[in-house]
Design a protein around this ligand. Structure first.
Ligand SMILES: [Zn+2]
Length: 161
């Protein structure tokens, strides 16, 4: 059985909920490993969740007691969006070539806001260590790829994929 993504957004776009992450049941085909802590990523510091493109696995901490469910879902959705870029899905990230990880980060955040149906808040990506101004062409790419990512998740949860 698939981990269900449940509509929570009002935007008409998909969305998620997966209240329960069932061990061994992939989320949109992606293995999710819930662990007590996530080891720090060099150069970025300690993180609470990450997607490993090579292993095609999402690592996420067990929900801290003080963290809201929506915040926790947000972490998971962000990583799930990264996973849409895997070669087996949209192929947005090709590890055999140099990858612009900042663009990928912006796509993940932009997609997340699309899913929420909210105005894009650049606060998160502005704090990103790789933060820089994007060109108009790069923003256009972000828009296209974010919509593709959201559509992919939507179609997967509808059983189209
Ligand atoms: Zn990210």
């Amino acid at each position: 059985m698939r981990n269900k993504l449940i509509m929570v957004a009002t935007s008409g776009v998909l969305i998620f909920a997966g209240e329960s992450l069932t061990p061994g049941v992939p989320l949109c085909g992606v293995e999710v490993v819930v662990q007590r802590t996530v080891e720090p990523i060099p150069g970025i510091g300690s993180v609470r969740a990450k997607y490993d493109f090579k292993a095609d696995v999402i690592y996420i901490i067990k929900k801290p007691w003080l963290m809201t469910r929506s915040k926790y879902r947000g972490l998971l959705i962000h990583e799930l969006i990264h996973a849409t870029g895997h070669q087996s899905r949209l192929g947005r990230v090709d590890l055999t070539k140099p990858v612009d990880w900042y663009i990928e980060e912006v796509i993940a955040e932009r997609s997340f806001y699309l899913i929420l149906g909210k105005r894009f808040n650049k606060a998160y990506i502005n704090r990103h260590p790789l933060n820089r101004d994007l060109t108009a062409a790069e923003w256009a790419l972000v828009e296209v790829e974010s919509k593709r990512a959201v559509q992919w998740i939507y179609e997967y949860t509808k059983g189209v994929k």
